[in-house]
Design a binder for this molecule. Structure first.
Ligand SMILES: [Zn+2]
Length: 451
């Protein structure tokens, strides 16, 4: 294995030592047993590859025949979580332990115990390997790799996020639909461009990318789409399928409805629609919908199944967990606008994946606040001042058991930032509670920003 220059891949930076090579294969080969020193060796290689701002080098493997092109790995850093390897499927598949890949040893599904201490659950993370956007061949929808995703913070037994939900969250997160910046309060459109750019960059083999698979126009014709998919070079281990992501106007009896420029379109998934978050009745539109298009046993093209997630509005489709959160976001958007007029730019994030809270004396804990607000102190020089974070929790009229689990994770969230709760219930006092919440959050931001 060797490190090559990203901009000039024919230029070899250095060969990895045998110890480093073995560490990379044990660390990232699914099912491999990791040695004590591996994590440190892997972290050092990743640091050489990615300087924290951009990728400088790729790691080229040596598992294919000498003289032929070798598979490559790149390094990725997300806002949350450490640097990690990503396979570059455009350069061919591995014949070594990395043919079966994991980003880190703890990424493999483990046992997930609802009664485990708060924050110690298997964290929910974005999809890191482009091939995981496709179904494995022959293992159907309910196979172990296609089953529910572990993790998910405070939940209810049996309410794990389906795999399709994790795909949706990854797409929305990467496109920036899950965040709002003070200076782009009317955003939305740019995120669709970012979604397309992200999809085009997710290579699945030498000529196939996620952009070939992902569609965003609900008026597409499933038969024509599958004919197109059938003609593409496809990874051997994967079923041929496509994805459709859009914001539906409503969901009626398991059918997603969208008014388009071509009239009213219906997306009717044969195997049903599953709901994310806590809005299971799907009666509070609009909704994000991610549908899988494939062929049934008779070869007929269809929408096989779909996943739906509450969205704030059609124009600003921030994914939300419930109508209670919609009320909180109403207030927060007003706060952001107000503090902006006072000179503070706040970025609001709806975390779709678990946030890591590092511990001095043990393994990291994980939590997923309902919202996070980040902003800098205002300085006289105009330079970016200290970064601040507020953690916002919506306390809606949910079951007591859920609220109890939620509050158990609040101690962990307080290590990420100042926690402010917003109580939402269906009584006449909500207007007053909203006003108090608005004042409290606004005052806290101005105070921390030094105004
Ligand atoms: Zn290899």
């Amino acid at each position: 294995m060797r490190l090559v220059d990203r901009s000039r891949p024919d230029r070899v930076k250095r060969q990895l030592s045998p110890e480093e090579e073995a560490a990379v294969r044990r660390f990232c080969g699914a099912g491999q047993h990791v040695h004590a020193a591996d994590a440190e060796l892997v972290a050092a290689v990743l640091e050489e590859m990615h300087d924290g701002r951009q990728v400088r080098q790729w790691l080229e493997c040596d598992c294919r025949d000498a003289g032929s092109a070798q598979p490559r790995l790149t390094a990725r850093v997300r806002e949350e979580g450490p640097r990690h390897f990503v396979r570059m499927h455009a350069y061919g598949e591995h014949r070594c332990a990395l043919a079966s890949f994991r980003a880190a040893p703890d990424d493999e599904p483990g046992t997930d115990d609802d009664d485990a201490p708060p924050g110690t659950h298997n964290p929910l993370k974005p999809i890191g390997d482009a091939l995981d956007f496709l179904d494995n061949r022959h293992d159907g929808v309910a196979g172990p790799r296609n089953g529910n995703t572990p993790g998910g913070g405070p939940g209810r037994k049996g309410r794990r996020l389906p795999r399709l939900g994790r795909i949706m969250y990854t797409l929305l997160d990467d496109a920036g639909f899950s965040s709002v910046c003070g200076d782009e309060l009317t955003s939305g459109q740019s995120s669709w461009d970012r979604l397309n750019a992200f999809a085009a960059g997710e290579a699945m083999n030498a000529s196939l990318t996620l952009a070939h698979v992902l569609n965003t126009k609900p008026w597409l014709d499933v038969s024509a789409k599958m004919t197109e998919i059938d003609a593409l070079p496809w990874p051997d281990s994967k079923e041929r399928s496509a994805l459709l992501l859009f914001v539906a106007d409503s969901i009626e009896d398991g059918v997603a409805v969208k008014q388009t420029r071509y009239g009213k379109r219906l997306v009717t998934p044969e195997k049903g629609m599953r709901a994310g978050g806590r809005d299971w009745e799907l009666t509070q539109p609009p909704y994000w919908v991610l549908a899988v298009i494939d062929r049934d046993r008779e070869g007929k093209a269809r929408f096989r199944e779909a996943f739906a997630q509450h969205a704030y509005s059609t124009k600003q489709p921030v994914p939300l967990d419930s109508r209670y959160e919609r009320r909180t976001l109403d207030c927060l958007l007003r706060v952001i606008e107000w503090v902006k007029s006072r000179g503070v730019d706040v970025t609001l994030t709806k975390p779709l994946f678990d946030r890591e809270v590092k511990q001095l004396d043990g393994p990291s804990l994980w939590c997923r606040p309902d919202f996070e607000l980040t902003f800098h102190s205002v300085t006289a020089t105009g330079d970016a001042g200290q970064l601040h974070r507020l953690v916002i929790e919506t306390m809606g009229a949910d079951e007591p058991e859920y609220l109890e689990r939620k509050s158990r994770t609040h101690e962990i969230m307080k290590q990420r930032g100042i926690l402010i709760e917003h109580r939402v219930s269906d009584d006449t006092g909500q207007g007053e509670r909203d006003d108090a919440f608005f004042r409290r959050v606004g005052a806290k931001i101005l105070d921390l920003a030094g105004l």
